[in-house]
Design a protein around this ligand. Structure first.
Ligand SMILES: Cc1cc2nc3c(=O)[nH]c(=O)nc-3n(C[C@H](O)[C@H](O)[C@H](O)COP(=O)(O)OP(=O)(O)OC[C@H]3O[C@@H](n4cnc5c(N)ncnc54)[C@H](O)[C@@H]3O)c2cc1C
Length: 422
């Protein structure tokens, strides 16, 4: 797993003063903010990115390890070579396997296919993707301002005024808010997140590859794994390691599974024994399924993107993969608004962005909810359907294929006005 810092050695001097009024400012240098910065430069606009992190902060964990082909193609369009570079650092598995109570019910190996020379997906730690994106940003002339924490935002008919933790004022005609799940900008425009949180806890663990016990590159899902008391387990390889997701039961005490002793107890039951000593990151989650009430402010000057505007359970990998089209669409709206003949036309550009990406977010949430419901099987109808499919899965290929794909939600398809897969 990479230890390099996301966006290290940024081009802007940390804490440097703002330079006049910006046409657009990006707040946040995660995947959404980096995509927005690349899209701004591709559109010939200046890009300044503010982030509260220092240039050498390391963000741990594989997190959004699964980058879809659609995302690779978008990044390749923004910065030729970037999609290929990211794909070259990641890995792909050709085989998918599913088990029910320890018995294999489905396996399939795919022939490798490429579109525009890019793979259908790649798997690598999010920090590596962010490093490559940040390097591409620097080459494209993006101005990073690290160590700048935006504390307040005020929008008006003429633009936005931000104030950072040092009391410095930043002014822009438009602000692309890519400041993550706790987004201060979302709070400033008064747009609450709407939607539920799952009551179940999931444990997510990164394990470093063990060269002495290399494992085949396969994505493996276990329903009711007998070695861990019938809990579901997902195992996914990424460049440098393995990601293991354990679906705890409602009454489980997460501490029993994330403590060093707990990890040493259950990891060797689902992976070769040596992997119990190779834990590099562990976290617990209760997944939120939330979308912002509105994606822009009353003056149409702040545009919410990425996790500032939506939170999805990671099954189906819709988080980072949808942050990229969010950011690209936001930049198209800002570009249109800056060139618009008057305020109503400019506002209409931003409104179209907000409507399209909110529709896409609601669709993504619905897909992630379907996947989550299937995983948890709390509704009797879902539970029965799963059991019935498992009973015939070995003989009936269709039932096995359904059980194998259902934890990741409905198949990708371009939906609604957004016309994107995510
Ligand atoms: C366990 C886990 C697994 C996941 N798996 C996947 C997956 O397989 N595929 C997928 O697509 N997604 C996945 N995701 C989701 C993915 O990690 C997120 O969707 C993605 O990081 C969101 O990007 P973002 O740019 O919107 O926000 P972030 O990555 O959170 O970036 C926000 C940035 O804003 C900065 N910031 C915050 N507040 C301020 C402030 N006040 N001033 C200045 N800067 C600020 C932060 O420092 C940060 O750099 C997963 C997430 C988790 C937790």
């Amino acid at each position: 797993m990479s230890n390099s810092a996301s966006g290290s050695a940024g081009s802007g001097p940390t804490g440097a003063a703002p330079t006049g009024r910006h046409p657009v400012l990006v707040v946040g240098a995660g995947p959404a903010g980096l995509s927005a910065a690349l899209a701004l430069r591709a559109a010939g606009l200046p890009a300044t990115v503010l982030d509260r992190r220092t240039a050498d902060t390391v963000r741990p964990g594989s997190r959004a390890a699964y980058l879809h082909g659609a995302s690779l193609r978008s990044l390749e369009e923004l910065r030729p070579g970037l999609g290929h570079e990211i794909a070259g650092r990641g890995l792909m598995w050709a085989t998918k396997r599913s088990f029910w109570a320890g018995k294999e019910i489905y396996t399939r190996t795919y022939a490798p296919v490429t579109k525009d020379g890019l793979p259908p997906f790649t798997s690598l730690p999010q920090v590596v993707t962010e490093d490559l994106m940040a390097a591409a940003c620097r080459e494209a002339g993006v101005d990073f301002r690290w160590g700048v924490e935006v504390k307040s935002a005020e929008s008006g008919p003429d633009g936005v005024r931000l104030v950072d933790a040092a009391g410095t004022e930043w002014r822009a005609e438009y602000v692309i808010a890519a400041d993550g799940s706790r987004s201060p900008l979302r709070a400033a425009i008064g747009s609450p997140l709407e939607g539920p949180r799952s009551q179940n806890t999931f444990v997510v663990v990164d394990l470093e590859d063990d060269p002495a016990h290399p494992l085949p590159l396969e994505r493996v899902f276990h329903y009711n794994h007998p070695a861990v008391g019938g809990r579901n387990v997902l195992m996914v390889p990424f460049a440098g390691g393995w990601r293991v997701d354990l679906n705890l039961l409602v009454d489980d005490d997460p501490e029993q599974y994330v403590s060093p002793e707990g990890l040493r107890r259950w990891i060797p039951k689902v992976m070769p024994a040596s992997y119990g000593e190779r834990v590099r990151w562990v976290s617990t989650y209760r997944f939120a399924q939330q979308v912002a009430e509105h994606f822009t402010d009353t003056h149409r000057r702040v545009l919410l993107t990425g996790e500032a505007s939506h939170l999805f359970a990671p099954f189906g990998a819709r988080g980072m993969n949808s942050s990229i089209p969010d950011a690209i669409r936001a930049v198209r709206a800002v570009q249109g608004a800056l060139a618009a003949p008057g305020r109503p036309a400019a506002a209409a550009e931003v409104d179209r962005f907000a409507a399209e990406r909110q529709e896409a977010a609601r669709y993504n949430r619905a897909c992630a909810s379907t996947a989550l419901e299937h995983m948890l099987a709390q509704r009797p109808s879902v539970w029965l359907r799963r059991r019935a499919a498992a009973a015939v899965a070995v003989a009936g290929r269709k039932a096995g294929a359904w059980l194998d794909s259902a934890p990741y939600g409905p198949k990708l398809a371009a939906r609604g006005a957004a016309k994107t897969s995510y």
